[in-house]
Design a protein around this ligand. Structure first.
Ligand code: AMP
Ligand code: GLY
Length: 424
């Protein structure tokens, strides 16, 4: 098969690595890819949001399957455009990708299908949002409804903070049109978990659980980022809890999407807060998580291409997926200053020495090749991922690999997976 993978982050390096293990794969193109994906296929210089160029490339090169990594092209209708051109595509159509791209839409689906989530209201007018926030006794979370690269959420302890956040988004247009509508919801307490499931419109196949680390600082302090590390499985998600999540959240969401005439196909990612009252949805994503995909795919033993094809053909009920029982931990190495301003072009050393360690994969995210050397080119630079017999061993291995890698200003959290180690 000839496959086009769209995207260029750590998630796409992990997907390319896994796809390359499939006997069915004849040729892999990645648009735009990164130096990591180039080890498994041919990078193509098309931005992941240039939908007409992606469709043209897929037609010209007789692509059998296009796999979409990031949210922007999904929300922009890349799957609709590819399918219209006769190219099979993995991911939801734009109307279904709204479940991520439009938080107000996601809240509506949850409300009409009794899916547990925080109590919320949606506003298109700042004064109304302000009065609502002032009327709440509990702390609230203020969210831009549209796509904001994981930065559109303000968790506030005081009404004054929340009003300021709403003002920045709605009046200051901090996220441009993504903040035209704002969702204000109650703040929930508990541990978070990421549950990713393959969905073919009818059937659901839940992957192994994972946990992300959103804030930049150790102990979950500081600003939110795209994700500073992840591990799988998340020990807090017991079998019993997973059954409850499937029953109360995933099944009604897929049924609700069908009833809404926006059937869902692809990966549905539920970001959950595990509260004392049970699991509650914080957000849905319409794609594989980044960095959760890195540890999850390290643990997947089955052929990923078979699974993605089963999703596209509506035959998910015919497959099973084998998982490595060993846990995996991914530590993100970032550019100093991220998630704020950071410098690029710093030479990265030690990549080969790190990759030599047993059961370690160094997934590239924001990297580029310059004069035969790998340099930094983004905020999140690498996802150093390791398997271990225990989560503590996986963590130790990942950090051993991190210690072999150097670039000026390199930063990583030191406590990735500690929550899971405490729990196990
Ligand atoms: P989201 O993009 O909606 O997942 O939000 C990003 C992060 O903000 C989440 O991973 C949580 O850490 C936090 N968050 C979002 N909604 C809530 C909420 N209702 N209560 C507490 N924390 C939240
Ligand atoms: N890890 C969070 C995300 O993929 O959005």
């Amino acid at each position: 098969m000839k496959v086009l993978l769209v995207g260029g982050g750590g998630r796409e390096h992990a997907l390319a690595w896994k796809l390359a293990q499939s006997k069915k794969l004849k040729k892999l193109y990645i648009a735009p890819g990164n130096p990591g994906t180039a080890q498994y296929g041919q990078n193509v210089n098309i931005p992941d949001t240039d939908i007409p160029a992606l469709v043209e490339f897929a037609k010209t090169n007789k692509i059998d399957l296009a796999i979409i990594g990031p949210e922007d092209p999904l929300a922009g209708g890349v799957v609709d455009a590819l399918e219209k051109a006769g190219v099979m595509a993995f991911g939801p159509m734009a109307s279904a990708a709204q479940i991520e791209a439009d938080k107000a839409f996601a809240k509506q689906i949850m409300r009409s299908n009794s899916i547990p989530t925080a109590e919320s209201r949606t506003f298109d007018n700042f004064e109304d949002a302000k009065s609502y926030i002032a009327s709440r006794d509990e702390p609230v979370v203020v969210k831009a409804s549209g796509l904001a690269k994981g930065k559109g959420v303000f968790v506030c302890n005081e009404p004054s903070q929340a009003i300021l956040a709403a003002e920045k988004i709605m009046i200051g247009k901090l996220f441009g049109p993504a903040g035209r509508i704002v969702v204000v919801e109650d703040k929930l307490l508990g541990q978070e978990a990421s549950i990713l499931a393959f969905v073919d419109g009818r059937s659901i196949y839940v992957m192994e659980s994972a946990q992300d680390h959103k804030p930049i600082g150790d102990g979950d302090t500081g600003e939110n980022t795209g994700g500073m590390g992840a591990y799988s499985p998340a020990p807090v998600v017991t079998d019993k809890l997973m059954e409850q999540i499937v029953r109360e959240i995933l099944v009604p969401t897929i049924d609700g999407m069908n009833r809404n005439d926006t059937p869902y196909k692809g990966v549905l990612y539920a970001g959950l807060m595990l509260t004392q009252g049970g699991p509650r949805v914080l957000e849905f994503n319409a794609r594989f998580g980044d960095p959760e995909t890195q540890p999850i795919l390290m643990r997947m033993k089955s052929d990923l291409l078979d699974v993605l094809l089963a999703v596209c053909k509506g035959k998910l009920d015919e497959i099973t997926i084998q998982w490595d029982s060993r846990p995996a931990v991914c530590v993100v190495m970032a550019s100093g200053g991220y998630p704020g301003a950071y410098e690029k072009g710093k030479v990265i050393t030690g990549l080969d020495a790190a990759a030599k360690l047993k059961d370690v994969m160094v997934f590239h995210a924001g990297t580029a090749e310059k004069d035969g050397r790998i340099v930094t080119a983004g905020g999140r630079v690498l996802g150093v991922t390791a398997l271990g017999d225990t989560i503590a061993q996986a963590k130790a291995r990942a950090y051993e690999a991190v210690a072999r890698i150097a670039f000026e200003g390199a930063y990583c959290r030191k406590d990735i997976a500690d929550k899971a180690i405490e729990k196990s």
